[in-house]
Design a protein around this ligand. Structure first.
Ligand SMILES: Cc1cc2nc3c(=O)[nH]c(=O)nc-3n(C[C@H](O)[C@H](O)[C@H](O)COP(=O)(O)OP(=O)(O)OC[C@H]3O[C@@H](n4cnc5c(N)ncnc54)[C@H](O)[C@@H]3O)c2cc1C
Length: 436
C-alpha cells in the first residue's frame, strides 16, 4: 500500500469521497489469477477503458479489462462531474493552433462526445443525477468580454446557440454572491455523479460479455509476436491481439512512450454537510454546474441531498495535502464566505493527466498498442469518446482517432512528477495570478 497521502495511486482516497458513500451498484469483480486469451486487453477501468470495452464488445470483439484497484478508482470515480461542451481548449485557440478545418472537426467530435455520454446514460439506464446547464463565471471584470466574444464566435462560426451571456446581476441572482462579474450559460453542458456513471458503464460492459478483473494491476507487457500482446499481472496474464492503455494519470511507468506526453497532477474536492433546501437554493438557484475563469478553476454544484460539492485547488507533487478539507475549504470560502459555519463531511483528491498543449494525447506503440489520455481536466465527455475512437481504430476506422493522434504533442522532459521545475514554477505562477 502506498503512503496514506500518495497521489497517482488508485488505492489512496477512492473510498473517501461523497461519491463512494452514495455509489449505486458497487460490485466486486474477481482478480485475474490465470492465463487467458482475448481479442483486446484493456488496462484501466475508467471512462476511457470502459467506453472502449463497450464499443468493442458491441462489435463482437472478446474483451478483457484489467484494473489495478476498483472500477472508477481513478479520476473517473472522483471528478467534479462537469460534463462540458467543446474541447479543453477553446475553438478560437484551436483554430490558431491547428487551422479552421481541423478545429471544426474537433468541435464536431466534442459535440458527439457530449451526446455519447447522454446516449449511454439513457440506453443503459444509468442513474447518475444528470442535471443540465453549466454557468461559466468571470472572477475578474476583464474576462466578461472574453466570455461574450466566445459566445458570439461559437454562434457565428459553429452555429452553436445553446450558450448565452449572463449579466452580473443575473449571476448574483443565480448564485447569491457578488463575487463574479458576469458569465456564460451553456445548456448542453451538465453535471453528473461521476462514480455512478463509471459503475453504470461497467455494468453495461458486463452485460455485453466483457470480462472485468479488479486488483489486477498490469506490471508489464510484451509483444511476443507482431500481432500479439502479452499483459502480465502479479498472478495472471492476458494474451491478446490488441492492448489498450487507458491509465491516464495513473499510468506510472507502464509505457514510456505514452508517459512522455502527459504529466499527472492532483486536484481536490469537498462535500459539505447537507444544507437546508432554501440555503442550497440560495447558493445555486438552478443547480447548474458552475466553473470560474481562474487558472486553477473552482467548480461546484449541489448534490441531490443539498450538499455543496466544491472543487478547488490542485498540486503538482506525488502527495495529497494532509488536510484536504482545510485545503479546499479556503477556496470555497473565497466564493461563498457565508459558509464559514458549515461542516465539511467529505474531502478527497484525484489524479488527472495534463498535456503541454492541453489537448488529449492519443497514440500507438507499434501496430497493436493504443492509448488515449491527457484530457487535461476535461475528460468526462472526451475520455468516453477516447475509448470509442480507439475501438473505431481497432475495428479499422481510424480517421477520428488520427485526427487527435496527429496533434503534435510536446513531450515533458524530466521525471514523472515535478517533471520540469520550470513548468511547475509556471503553473504556480499562473495560479498566483488568480489572486489578482
Ligand atoms: C479531482 C478531479 C476533478 C475533475 N473534474 C472534471 C470535471 O468536472 N469534468 C471533466 O470533464 N473532467 C474532470 N476531470 C478529469 C476526468 O475525470 C478524467 O479526464 C477522466 O476521468 C479520465 O478517464 P480515464 O478513464 O482516462 O482515466 P481514470 O479514470 O483515471 O482511469 C484510469 C484507470 O487505470 C487504472 N490503471 C492505471 N494503471 C494501471 C495498470 N498498470 N494496471 C491496471 N489498471 C491500471 C487506474 O486504477 C484507473 O482506474 C477531473 C479529474 C479529477 C482528478
Amino acid at each position: 500500500m502506498g503512503s496514506r497521502w500518495q497521489g497517482g495511486d488508485p488505492r489512496v482516497g477512492y473510498d473517501e469521497s461523497w461519491y463512494y458513500a452514495t455509489a449505486k451498484g458497487l460490485v466486486q469483480h474477481p482478480q485475474l489469477t490465470e492465463s487467458i486469451d482475448a481479442d483486446v486487453c484493456i488496462v484501466g477501468a475508467g471512462y476511457t477503458g470502459l467506453s472502449a470495452a463497450i464499443e468493442l464488445a458491441e462489435q463482437g470483439f472478446k474483451v478483457v479489462v484489467l484494473e489495478s484497484h476498483r472500477v472508477g478508482a481513478g479520476a473517473s470515480g472522483r471528478n467534479g462531474g462537469v460534463l462540458g461542451m467543446g474541447q479543453r481548449k477553446d475553438q478560437d485557440e484551436l483554430e490558431a493552433m491547428l487551422g479552421l478545418d481541423v478545429a471544426k472537426q474537433m468541435w464536431q467530435v466534442a459535440c458527439d462526445a457530449n451526446e455519447l455520454v447522454r446516449d449511454r446514460i439513457k440506453r443503459y439506464e444509468i442513474d447518475c443525477d444528470l442535471t443540465d446547464g453549466e454557468l461559466h463565471v468571470a472572477h475578474r471584470a476583464r474576462y466578461v468580454d472574453d466570455l461574450r466574444r466566445y459566445n458570439d464566435h461559437l454562434a457565428e462560426h459553429y452555429g452553436y446557440t445553446d450558450r448565452r451571456h449572463v449579466s452580473r446581476e443575473e449571476v448574483r441572482a443565480m448564485l447569491g454572491v457578488d463575487s463574479f462579474y458576469g458569465g456564460a450559460l451553456d445548456f448542453r453542458s451538465a453535471h453528473i455523479h461521476p462514480l455512478n456513471l463509471a459503475l453504470g458503464l461497467a455494468r453495461a460492459a458486463k452485460t455485453l460479455g466483457v470480462q472485468i478483473f479488479e486488483q489486477s494491476a498490469v506490471l508489464d507487457y510484451q509483444n511476443p509476436a507482431t500481432d500479439q500482446v502479452l499483459a502480465k499481472t502479479a498472478v495472471g496474464e492476458v494474451r491478446a491481439k490488441y492492448l489498450v492503455l487507458a491509465c491516464n494519470g495513473y499510468l506510472g511507468k507502464l509505457d514510456r512512450q505514452a508517459g512522455k506526453y502527459q504529466m499527472p497532477i492532483n486536484n481536490f474536492i469537498l462535500a459539505t454537510e447537507p444544507l437546508d433546501t432554501t440555503r442550497a437554493q440560495q447558493l445555486n438557484r438552478d443547480n447548474v454546474a458552475v466553473v470560474d475563469t481562474r487558472f486553477v478553476v473552482n467548480y461546484f454544484h449541489n448534490s441531490p441531498d443539498h450538499r455543496l460539492i466544491f472543487g478547488g485547488g490542485e498540486n503538482y507533487s506525488p502527495f495529497f495535502p494532509r488536510d484536504i478539507k482545510g485545503f479546499v475549504r479556503q477556496h470555497m470560502l473565497e466564493v461563498y464566505p457565508q459558509l464559514a459555519d458549515v461542516k465539511i463531511d467529505y474531502a478527497w483528491g484525484g489524479t488527472l493527466a495534463i498535456t503541454m498543449r492541453r489537448m488529449p494525447s492519443f497514440g500507438r506503440s507499434g501496430a497493436n498498442v493504443y492509448w488515449a489520455q491527457g484530457y487535461s481536466g476535461h475528460g468526462i465527455a472526451m475520455a468516453n469518446m477516447g475509448g470509442k475512437l480507439i475501438a473505431e481504430a481497432i475495428a479499422g476506422q481510424a480517421s477520428r482517432f488520427d485526427l487527435f493522434a496527429n496533434i503534435r504533442h510536446i513531450p515533458f522532459p524530466g521525471g514523472r512528477w515535478l517533471r520540469w521545475p520550470g513548468l511547475v514554477a509556471g503553473m504556480l505562477y499562473y495560479s498566483l495570478l488568480d489572486k489578482f
